[in-house]
Design a protein around this ligand. Structure first.
Ligand code: FAD
Ligand code: SF4
Ligand code: SF4
Length: 475
């Protein structure tokens, strides 16, 4: 693909003798379909791999420079405390290497037109995408990182939730897929050091890489654009961004990540010292009608318990308290996990503080323990806000483009006429992961698989005469 040519139409996969499509029913037909999976988080990656393994050509669209989504930011995952990237990274690499998956990073959805009379094999949806310039030639860059080392510019790293810094030419983290750098032209001062050091001449000038429109004709679309975390500035009582030792749970994930800005060493942002007393405040932006977030975010109790236990494992002397409304440990093995945290010395106090404020090197919290009516004054030196999940900023816009309905909470709504949550009101468009509802990783993976299987069965039903049609069993 010529990156200077800013309009590309990607054609259909050729039918070849080696085409491994439709191996499942044995009817001999080769219905090679193309499907777009929008969003390369764990749910989208799962959907893409499941479809590709069934012979479907998948375009995996990711707006960021790397696939992986939020799971790539996490240190460990509940309830096993397994290393998050140890599970995710092989899947990311498998998706990149699969011959039937085409990755489109730095790319976003712009428009979709639907054609119900489309010829067989030609797809039903014409999907228009916009690829943003990376200013690094993807086919030449080896990801060696020499450009990053020499670049003199440092800016906050969005991937480190703003806690760490990155260079103006960078990889968001060390296990990016594709393993390619990106030059941030907004912050680059054009000193040209990276152009000179790159032996592959992969760094591109602003004029050498332009926005590009890509058009795809596909038979189905799986939407897996994920979630955002609640912005705690909307709750002024927590003084987020004014008090340096009040951080969000996602920032904390990066602070304790072995490859994060502090290489896993737990430090206060105010003075770089190790904290002695830590408090987690639950339901920040969840179950709160005042900020229009009446729903439970499902994961915050569990991730707070996870992080509390990890702190206790590394530093048993740190006092760790979780301040909650009620603990929702609903999944397999979750209640046992909660019990383990209590045994490890994590304190659970039922009650949420009102206004919290920094004072004398600590953060002051006043609250009532609603189990015994005791009034408490706590002075932790690090406060972690367990921020909830919310729909992404572009959710409404994407719903408009695809013709999807939103539920009351603002997430995409699934079809009310069907028992499966993967289907939408539009035939051929399916939902996967947390863009449909707050979910943890196992549920997001299951939802990705369900969306892929729903799409595959529908596509096969349309094209493959030997697949039993509805009602065929009675004949
Ligand atoms: C602090 C914290 C800790 C957590 N810890 C755990 C844990 O220990 N265990 C657990 O099970 N769960 C945990 N979770 C939940 C977990 O993060 C999610 O369940 C999981 O990441 C959801 O995956 P997803 O693919 O649905 O969404 P995401 O991970 O959000 O992926 C969506 C992808 O879509 C991309 N995208 C968005 N918009 C577009 C667009 N317009 N075009 C193209 N691409 C787009 C995004 O860039 C992203 O890559 C935690 C959550 C938080 C906030
Ligand atoms: S742009 Fe060049 S120097 Fe930078 S990572 Fe890629 S190959 Fe290495
Ligand atoms: S040209 Fe830009 S990206 Fe390259 S080293 Fe200089 S400031 Fe960094």
């Amino acid at each position: 693909m010529n990156i200077m040519n800013n309009t590309t139409t990607v054609g259909h996969a050729p039918h070849t003798k080696d085409c491994n499509a439709c191996t499942s029913c044995g009817c001999g037909c080769r219905p090679v379909h193309e499907v777009v999976v929008l969003g390369g988080g764990v749910s989208g990656i799962t959907a893409a791999l499941d479809l590709a393994k069934h012979g479907v050509l998948v375009h995996l669209i990711e707006r960021e420079p790397s696939i992986g989504g939020h799971m790539a930011m996490l240190d460990k995952t509940f309830p096993t405390n397994d290393c998050s990237m140890c599970i995710l990274s092989p899947k990311m690499v498998e998706a990149e290497r699969h011959p039937l998956i085409k990755l489109h990073t730095c790319t976003e959805l712009v428009g979709v037109t639907r054609d119900d009379n489309a010829e067989e094999q030609k797809g039903r949806f014409r999907v228009e995408l916009l690829r943003h310039p990376r200013y690094v030639n993807e086919s030449e860059c080896t990801g060696c990182g020499e450009c990053t080392e020499i670049c003199p510019i440092e800016v906050y790293n969005q991937f480190d939730a703003g806690v760490g810094v990155r260079k103006a030419i960078y990889k968001p983290h060390s296990q990016v897929v594709p393993n390619v750098s990106i030059r941030d032209s907004e912050h680059c001062i054009d000193c040209r050091l990276c152009y000179e050091i790159c032996g592959k001449h992969a760094v591109l000038e602003d004029s050498e890489d332009k926005e590009e429109t890509i058009t795809l004709d596909v038979a189905a679309i799986i939407v897996a654009v994920g979630y955002e975390t609640f912005d705690p500035r909307k709750l002024a009582q927590y003084h987020y961004l004014f008090a340096p030792d009040v951080v969000t749970s996602l920032e904390f994930e990066r602070m304790v990540h072995a490859q994060g800005p502090t290489l896993g060493s737990l430090r206060r942002l105010s003075n770089g010292e190790k904290p002695k007393e830590i408090a987690f405040i639950q339901c920040v932006g969840s179950r709160n009608t005042a900020v229009d977030r009446p729903y439970c975010s499902c994961v915050c109790c569990m991730y707070a318990i996870k992080n509390a236990m990890l702190i206790k494992e590394k530093s048993p002397e740190i006092v760790v308290r979780i301040l909650y409304m009620d603990v929702r440990a609903y999944g397999k093995g979750y209640d046992e996990y909660y019990e383990r945290a209590i045994k490890q010395g994590v304190e659970f106090i039922r009650g949420l503080p009102g206004e919290i404020y920094p004072e004398g090197g600590s953060v002051v919290l006043h609250l009532e323990n609603t189990e015994n009516g005791e009034m408490l004054r706590l002075t932790p030196d690090l406060v972690i806000l367990s921020v909830g999940m919310q729909p992404i900023e572009r959710q409404e816009q994407i719903a408009g483009i695809l013709g999807l309905d939103l539920s009351e909470s603002g997430f995409f709504a699934s079809s009310s006429e069907d028992m499966t949550v993967a289907k939408t009101g539009i035939p051929g468009i399916y939902l996967a992961g947390t863009c449909h509802a707050p979910r943890d990783i196992p549920d997001a993976v299951a939802a990705g698989g369900a969306a892929a299987m729903n799409a595959f069965v529908d596509l096969m039903r349309e094209d493959c005469a030997s697949v039993p049609q509805e009602g065929a069993m009675q004949e």
